[in-house]
Design a protein around this ligand. Structure first.
Ligand code: BES
Ligand code: MN
Ligand code: ZN
Length: 511
């Protein structure tokens, strides 16, 4: 899909489809309060073209509700599409993101190849975030997980025009440029998540990460089994030992302009991702039902790689290191067994590796992340964030609506909360605590890798907490967010790319 930004009067634009945002301006409450749909444009000709239907009561301007008019009178477009955002007071950047997406996904199956979106004008929306959200919504909606389908390649919107009214505006232009970077990075993450286990092994993930790094000005190192042994990453290696596919330890580094290791005193942010390219459960094997979805068990690493792609292009003034721990969790003659004891990576001579009793080989994500977090600290990270499709328990707790968030540091979590305001993504903070840690004490080793039936998302987070130590750290359990099971009007079902936008903004908050 080609995109462009123009500054023009909506009514005068010749296009297949002109999209205008509608909101419900009704402020009264009560049973008799009828919706009062209004258009968020200052263009009188467009308003008059839609006037009859707006007063008819047929269209309520609910969020993502659509109404199509053919040959609208008095304007140059062939069709006019109204897309609702709900209450006018709730016309946030995120509502715009969804509404634009809805318009692109409306056009796609109908063979409408050119879409022009009239950037809404409302005092509650600053121009930069407004145009950024709009172009993000368009590019995210354009994505379909059809890499391996041969029958629908011609179904797509070929050109998308973002039309801002009035004179050229630098904030609108900057928001537009940034939105393209963010959405492309998120779509890159979605492509990775969509790849099946046979097409995306840890080795291939390493290659894709290295190619992305080279294209975006990041340093990359990709290691395998030997390096894991050298670093004594016993926890990470134990997950890979049951697979013919070697593990990959992927390290990407972003250094801000003018970076000098001798004089740099700013924070070093560590982005750690779970990259299980397929999770069978290992010897504690999973049931067959829906097991095919366990190809998305590398979504945490995809989120980090997507964020790194955006960081390489946006160039914030802060150093960032991403550590991705990738392996395939398989059962075979060499696989680890319940009852095995593994030794995690030592941090230093004074801080030897913790011993871990393996209770369930399906709790493998925390094992690879344990060594990933330790390694990130050893590389000098001052702040850590990890993302992982870690527990089914988190999905039970929060559903496919919020990711679980955990942190040992209120200040850094507050920065994440601010990032969420910009990204429109949802994370709900869940607790940590010594009482939960008690659940993962082992009789025969330092800790064990599962904490029993209750509070499974929290005991998994407590396990990671051991390896993050005192370093300010956030853990995102994205098990319920990485893969959309339902079709939404503004985004395809399947890989979501969740986390890319929020992690990027969290990083930028340290500039
Ligand atoms: N990858 C799974 C978690 C998962 C579940 C992700 C559903 C996405 C959707 C993880 O490795 C796992 O198997 N976790 C176990 C932990 C248990 C054995 C303590 C789980 O949640 O059942
Ligand atoms: Mn598992
Ligand atoms: Zn897993």
């Amino acid at each position: 899909m080609k995109t462009q930004l123009i500054f023009a009067t909506p009514a005068q634009i010749e296009t297949e489809l002109l999209v205008v945002i509608a909101a419900d301006a009704q402020t009264a409450k009560g049973p008799d309060a009828r919706p009062e749909p209004i258009l968020l444009t200052g263009d009188a000709a467009v308003k008059s073209a839609a006037n009859a239907v707006l007063t008819s009561g047929e269209f309520k301007a609910d969020a993502n509700e659509t109404l199509l008019l053919h040959a609208p009178a008095g304007i140059s477009a062939k069709r006019l599409l109204l897309v609702g955002v709900g209450k006018a007071t709730k016309a946030t950047a995120h509502a715009i993101r969804s509404a634009v997406g809805t318009s692109v996904r409306f056009a796609k199956p109908r063979g409408i190849r050119a879409v022009t979106f009239a950037l809404p004008e409302t005092p509650s929306l600053p121009p930069g975030p407004n145009s950024r959200a709009a172009i993000e919504g368009a590019l995210l909606a354009d994505y379909d997980p059809d890499t391996y389908r041969s029958d629908r390649k011609d179904q797509g919107v070929h050109s998308f025009t973002l039309a801002a009214s009035g004179a050229e505006n630098a904030s609108v232009k900057a928001g537009y440029a940034e939105g393209i970077i963010v959405a492309e990075s998120q779509n890159f993450a979605r492509e990775l998540v969509n790849e099946p286990g046979n097409k995306l092994t840890p080795t291939i993930l390493g290659q894709r990460a290295a190619a992305m790094a080279a294209a975006n000005g990041l340093k990359s190192e990709v290691y395998s089994t030997e390096k894991l042994h050298e670093l004594k990453m016993g926890a990470f290696w134990s997950v890979s030992q049951g697979s013919e596919e070697p593990p990959a330890l992927i390290v990407l580094t972003y250094e801000p302009e003018g970076y000098d290791p001798k004089t740099y005193t700013g924070p070093v942010l560590g982005l750690v991702g779970k990259g299980i390219t397929f999770d069978t459960g290992g010897i504690s094997i999973k049931p067959a039902d829906k097991m095919e979805l366990m190809k998305y068990d590398m979504a945490g690493s995809a989120a980090m790689l997507g964020a790194m792609a955006a960081i390489g292009r946006i160039k914030p003034k802060v150093k960032v290191i991403s550590v991705v721990c990738s392996a395939e969790n398989m059962p075979d003659g060499k696989a680890q067994k319940p009852g095995d004891v593994q030794t995690a990576m030592p941090f230093s001579a004074d801080e030897p590796g913790k011993t871990i009793e393996i209770i369930n080989t399906d709790a493998e994500g925390r094992l690879v992340l344990a060594d990933g977090l330790t390694y990130a600290r050893q590389l000098g990270c001052t702040h850590l964030i990890d993302a992982a499709t870690l527990t089914g328990a988190c999905v039970v707790a929060l559903g496919p609506v919020n990711a679980g968030g955990f942190s040992n540091n209120d200040e850094t979590f507050e920065k994440l909360n601010k990032a969420l305001d910009i990204s429109g993504e949802k994370v709900w903070r869940l607790p940590l605590g010594d009482e939960y840690y008690d659940q993962i004490r082992s009789d025969i080793a330092d800790i064990k890798n599962t904490g029993g039936r209750w509070g499974g998302a929290v005991t998994a987070a407590e396990f990671l907490h051991v390896f993050a130590g005192e370093t300010p750290w956030i853990h995102l359990d994205i098990a319920g967010m990485a893969w959309y099971e339902d079709t939404k009007p503004f985004i395809a079902k399947g890989p979501s790319g969740f986390g890319v936008r929020s992690i990027l903004e969290w990083v930028r908050s340290y500039e």
